[in-house]
Design a binder for this molecule. Sequence first.
Ligand SMILES: [Zn+2]
Length: 258
Amino acid sequence: MPEPADLLLRPIGYVRSAVRERKSMPPLGAAASVEVLPEFAGGLLRIEKHSHLWVLAWLDQAQREILEVTPRGVADRSPAGLHGVFAVRSPARPNPIGLTLTRIVAIAGLRIDCERLDFLDGTPVIDLKPYFVTRDAAMAANNAPIGRPRDREALRESLTLQAVNFHGERCSELALAVRVVEHFRATQFEMGEPDGWDVTVPLGRPCVVDAIIGMTRATPGRDTLAFAGAEEIVFRHAGQEWTYSLDEGEEPLTPRRT
Ligand SMILES: [Zn+2]
């Protein structure tokens, strides 16, 4: 197959971030900006119609010759831990294009402030596209686990992002639900996810319900989510049951186990 003569990319802007080395990059990225070059200013017209943006970047420091990697979070360094580069988000790939979804925090002229980007300072940006909730949100999608969060803090941050992405705001009820799921995963699944959820949520605590759906993707229609009147979250797995009480005054992180 001949290569098309116009398969050439040029940066439309650059990432501005406090993070300058890959080893300092938090797993989910850090607050950063995209500075669009003046000749592409017209491309930003009406971008404020969107809350979230796909940012595509050229990862100029990435390895391009390898096709199998041991992803971050996979402890097994043997061949059993290898994954193809098209099956992971590793920067190593033949065409080192980074793709990250971010919430727009502010737009100031040619600068777009992003809630989080996992691109280093100075990374060339090759495209921006709006995130369309009507076609990009596949809530029934599934991923078999690739690795585990490196510590409780990384797990909490990941869970908070999942909960906020569904619920739309950070509130104290969401934070409570995050603590419960974090505790359940950390103590029962070594921070990984169970192979399928079976959870009962409190009908009278709508923010908790939203947060649980965001973190588990459990739904009534798939028979993985049930509602009850009690002020508690109940997880079931492999014939066991863990009940986290949300009653005022009770410490929620000591589940009753049956
Ligand atoms: Zn809320």
